[in-house]
Design a protein around this ligand. Structure first.
Ligand code: SAM
Length: 217
């Protein structure tokens, strides 16, 4: 049994990325446009290999009802929408018309716009408008970090048994070990809360900036 962690050097990361399915032209152009139009914010976008993982996971789970909290220019939502089962739907939550204006264009280009509904507003409020029954198969949380506990509390009771919640940035560049700002502290506390939540089984993956997968019991 190997218990020694593998250091992910830049070379090994490049190898890993090169040996997964390559991003298509739409993903490449969305990434390039985001970097050009929003250089200061582009780092918020999920990594291309993470997008591929989201499509893989969504397809594997046969997701029909999905939610995303934190859409930005649309890479993760595009990835989730591409993995949905026939007739599947994704509801996206964000506060920015500007960022999601770019997302809408790429959804249309990829032909997934009919599967996606976008709701603009603070997600702590807009998530409450979702039906209160257990109807969701998949959720992806990637908005403001201090809001994660609220989004978690709104989503868990709405997930079907066996559904999965994926949460982004749960390693915070390694700073969960020694938090340096309010966002780091919020994620460190959130990770502890998730671990103690008896409604879910949890694994943390070291993809990109850390992705937690929680399977709802
Ligand atoms: C890290 S980015 C999301 C990146 C996206 N998942 C992607 O792959 O491109 C965070 C997003 O959360 C949104 N956001 C921030 N605070 C929010 C809030 N209170 N409610 C809803 N969305 C919020 C921001 O507008 C931003 O688009």
């Amino acid at each position: 049994m190997t218990t020694k962690p593998l250091p992910l050097t830049p070379e090994l990361h490049a190898y890993l990325v090169a040996h997964g399915s390559a991003p298509d032209e739409i993903v490449r152009e969305l990434t390039e446009e985001t970097r050009a139009a929003l250089p200061a914010e582009a780092g918020m976008q999920v990594a291309p290999e993470q997008a591929a993982f989201l499509t893989f996971l969504t397809r594997l789970l046969g997701v029909r009802q999905a939610v995303e909290v934190g859409t930005f220019t649309g890479l993760s939502s595009l990835a989730i929408a591409r993995g949905l089962a026939d007739g599947g739907r994704l509801t996206c939550f964000d506060i920015s018309e500007e960022y999601t204006g770019i997302a809408r264009r790429y959804w249309t280009r990829a032909g997934v716009q009919d599967r996606i509904e976008l709701r603009i507003g603070p997600a702590a409020e807009t998530l409450r408008e979702l039906p209160r029954e257990r109807h969701l198969d998949f959720a992806f949380i990637d908005a403001d970090k201090v809001g994660y506990p609220v989004y978690w509390d709104e989503l868990v009771p709405r997930m079907r048994s066996g559904a999965v919640i994926a949460v982004d940035n749960t390693l915070r560049g390694g700073r969960v070990l020694a938090p340096q700002d309010a966002d780091d502290r919020a994620i460190a506390a959130f990770n502890d809360e998730v671990l103690a939540d008896v409604r879910v089984d949890v694994v943390m993956l070291s993809i990109a900036d850390g992705v937690t997968l929680a399977r709802v019991r």
